[in-house]
Design a protein around this ligand. Structure first.
Ligand SMILES: C[S@@+](CC[C@H](N)C(=O)[O-])C[C@H]1O[C@@H](n2cnc3c(N)ncnc32)[C@H](O)[C@@H]1O
Length: 343
C-alpha cells in the first residue's frame, strides 16, 4: 500500500511560505530605481553602487538574486542588464509596473502581514500596522499617493466598457465621485462630447486630474473639486459615477457615501456603481475573493454580493434598477441606481 506522496502539497506550501522573498526583491529593485539606472545598458555592481550611492557588498547579492528571478541578466563581463521583465520596472516604460512594485511590496505588503492579528482583534490590518487609516496615510505621504493613483488608474478602454453598458449620449453633467486622477472620467467625456465632467476626490488628486484633462484636450470640460464624499457630494449631475469606491468601506460608511450621492441627485439622475460583485459561491470567483481580502486588509471593507448591494443601496434611499456584468471572469459589474422617483 502506498501512502499519498507528500511532495505535491509540500512543494506547494513551501512555495507559498517563501513567496514574500520574491515580492521583497522586486520591491527593493523598484525602490532603489535599479531599472531606471540600467535603461541605457548593462552596468557592473561597482558602477551601479557608485551611481546610486549604495553599499556594494549588499548590492552584489541583491543583483544576483534579481538575475535569478529573471528581472536582470548577467553578460559575459559580469555586468547586469534588464530583461524584458525588468524593463517593466522602468518608470518611463509605457506599461510601467514600477508604481505597482513599490506599492504592493511596501505599503500593501505590510497591511497583509497584519491580517492574522486583524482576525484576532477585528481591527483593520492596515490601521494596526501604520497607526492610521489608509487614506490618511496617503494624505501624509504624497509620494505614496502618487504611486497609488498611478497604480490603480483603470486602463485605457475601461471607459468604453462602461459606455458599452450605459448610454452616456444624453448626459450633460457627469460627476465622478472618488474619481482619483480623472482618467476614467476623461475616457467617458471623450465618448460623451456634449457632457461636462467633475471629479470629486481628495485634494492631493487635483494636480494629477488637471494634468489628465489638459493632456487629453479636456481642460474646458473636465474639472476637479476637492472634498470628502463621506460628508457631501456636489449636486447638479445627471449621471453620478462611483467606480471602485464602495468595496473600500465598511457598510456604515458605504451607506453614507451612497446617501450623499442620493442627496445630490435630482429626480431622473442616475448613479452608476462600478464594482466587483461577489458570486454567492466563493469558488466561482477567485478574482473577487482576492479583491475581497485586499479590501479587508487595507480598509476593513470587502466585495459585496448582489444581495448585499441591494440592501446597501436601499438603505441609502436608492433603487437598484439593473446590474450589468462587464466581465464574467473577473465579476466586474455596472450597477445602475435611480432615486426611484422616475424621470
Ligand atoms: C480605488 S480608488 C478608485 C478611483 C477611480 N474611481 C477608479 O475607479 O479608477 C478610490 C478613490 O477614492 C478616493 N477617496 C478615498 N477617500 C475619499 C474621501 N473621503 N473623499 C473623496 N474621495 C476619496 C481615493 O483618493 C481614490 O481616488
Amino acid at each position: 500500500m502506498h501512502s499519498p506522496t507528500p511532495e505535491g502539497p509540500r512543494d506547494r506550501l513551501v512555495e507559498l511560505i517563501g513567496g514574500y522573498r520574491r515580492t521583497a526583491l522586486v520591491h527593493a529593485a523598484a525602490d532603489l530605481g535599479l531599472a531606471d539606472r540600467l535603461a541605457d545598458g548593462p552596468a557592473g555592481t561597482a558602477a551601479l553602487a557608485e551611481l546610486l550611492d549604495l553599499h556594494e557588498p549588499t548590492l552584489g547579492p541583491l543583483l544576483r538574486a534579481l538575475a535569478g528571478l529573471g528581472i536582470l541578466y548577467q553578460d559575459d563581463q559580469g555586468r547586469y542588464g534588464l530583461t524584458g521583465t525588468g524593463e517593466l520596472l522602468r518608470r518611463d516604460h509605457p506599461h510601467s509596473l514600477h508604481s505597482a512594485a513599490v506599492y504592493f511590496g511596501g505599503m500593501s505588503y505590510r497591511a497583509y502581514a497584519g491580517l492574522g492579528g486583524a482576525a484576532r482583534t477585528g481591527d483593520v490590518a492596515f490601521d494596526s500596522e501604520f497607526g492610521t487609516d489608509y487614506y490618511d496615510h496617503l494624505r501624509r505621504h504624497p509620494d505614496l499617493a502618487e504611486h497609488y493613483h498611478r497604480m490603480i488608474a483603470l486602463p485605457e478602454g475601461a471607459g468604453e466598457v462602461i459606455a458599452g453598458l450605459y448610454d452616456f449620449g444624453g448626459a450633460r453633467s457627469i460627476v465622478d465621485v472618488g474619481g482619483g486622477n480623472g482618467s476614467l472620467l476623461a475616457q467617458v467625456l471623450r465618448l460623451a462630447p456634449d457632457a461636462k465632467g467633475l471629479v470629486l476626490d481628495m485634494a492631493l488628486c487635483e494636480p494629477m486630474a488637471r494634468e489628465t484633462f489638459s493632456a487629453q484636450g479636456l481642460a474646458d470640460r473636465g474639472r476637479f473639486t476637492a472634498g470628502d464624499f463621506r460628508t457631501a457630494v456636489p449636486a447638479g449631475g445627471d449621471v453620478y459615477l462611483l467606480s471602485r469606491v464602495l468595496a473600500n468601506w465598511p457598510a456604515p460608511t458605504a451607506t453614507r457615501i451612497l446617501a450623499n450621492c442620493r442627496a445630490a441627485m435630482d429626480r431622473g439622475a442616475r448613479l452608476l456603481v462600478f464594482e466587483m460583485v461577489m458570486p454567492e459561491r466563493a469558488e466561482e470567483g477567485t478574482f473577487a475573493v482576492e479583491g475581497d481580502v485586499n479590501a479587508l486588509a487595507h480598509f476593513g471593507g470587502g466585495v459585496r454580493t448582489r444581495r448585499e448591494f441591494e440592501d446597501l443601496v436601499g438603505s441609502a434611499g436608492l433603487v437598484l434598477e439593473r446590474v450589468r456584468q462587464v466581465d464574467p471572469a473577473a465579476h466586474w459589474s455596472l450597477l445602475e441606481c435611480s432615486t426611484g422617483e422616475g424621470r
